[in-house]
Design a protein around this ligand. Structure first.
Ligand code: DGL
Length: 250
């Protein structure tokens, strides 16, 4: 089943929120999902370290003869996508980014909170995006440690973190950009604190873009059967595997 698969990766479970959107419009493809949980969180690691982790994952996907790669991690995209594309021009590499352009296109006049890792917010790639689409009513929030506790599935810590760190934005923001692929997993909890905000998630756009690329490159599967999903976790956690498939199912 490995031949012709699409390789999707993240520093952990967060990338499942991207894969779920992809499967909605490309259900017949085969996928290999790589969760690099042993190195989670990426958000506070150096650029070189992140590139090294991502490079190893890309090599594994190439060994498994993947036809395309999706970087389902905003931090990894910001830090490594350009360099990986240069190094591996033989394979399409599609990378997620915070959905700030969507705010520009659909909700420009609304106050916006961008939640992302420190690594994403500090990156040059993010700064270019921010400068290009700046609505001048945007707060940037470096959510240090948040992806980590989502990865651990520690509900109590997540609630505490959100209550403490989001309170200054209550009543102030109308849009929230989920700039880390782990955050859609706690969207309801964010809503519980901030109230009625509109969420922006880059995953549906990425899925459409992936479909366009596969169509242009004539790479879409011709199978009409539902595709397979292989799950690999770098810390070999059975619990993560269970959480991953449960999330995709519901
Ligand atoms: N899911 C990630 C992202 O989209 C990475 C979180 C982390 O490992 O710090 O940025």
């Amino acid at each position: 089943m490995n031949n012709n698969s699409i390789g999707v990766f993240d520093s952990g479970i967060g990338g499942a929120t991207v894969l779920k959107e992809i499967i909605k419009i490309l259900p017949n493809e085969n996928y290999i999902f790589y969760s690099d949980s042993i190195h989670n969180p990426y958000g506070d690691k150096s650029d070189d370290k992140i590139l090294e982790f991502c490079d190893d994952i890309v090599k594994e996907f190439l060994d498994k003869k993947c036809k395309a790669i999706v970087i389902a991690c905003n931090t990894a995209s910001a830090k490594s996508a350009d360099r990986l594309r240069k190094k591996y021009p033989q394979i399409p590499i599609i990378a997620i980014e915070p959905a700030y352009k969507m705010v520009h296109d659909f909700a420009y006049d609304k106050t916006t909170l961008i939640m992302a890792t420190k690594g994403t917010i500090e990156s040059e790639k993010f700064h270019k995006l921010y400068d290009k689409y700046n609505n001048h009513k945007t707060y940037l929030m470096e959510c240090v440690g948040l992806a980590d506790i989502i990865e651990q599935n520690d509900e109590e810590k997540i609630d505490k973190y959100l209550n403490e760190n989001l309170k200054e934005y209550i009543g102030k923001v109308q849009n929230v950009v989920l700039g880390c692929t782990h955050y859609p997993l706690i969207q309801d909890k964010i809503k519980n604190v901030l109230g009625n905000v509109e969420f922006f998630n880059g995953a549906p756009n990425l899925a459409r873009h992936l479909k366009e690329v596969l169509t242009e490159e004539n790479m879409l599967t011709d199978s009409t059967k539902k595709g397979n999903i292989e799950f690999i976790d770098s810390s070999n956690s059975e619990l993560k595997k269970e959480r991953f498939f449960n999330y995709l199912l519901f």
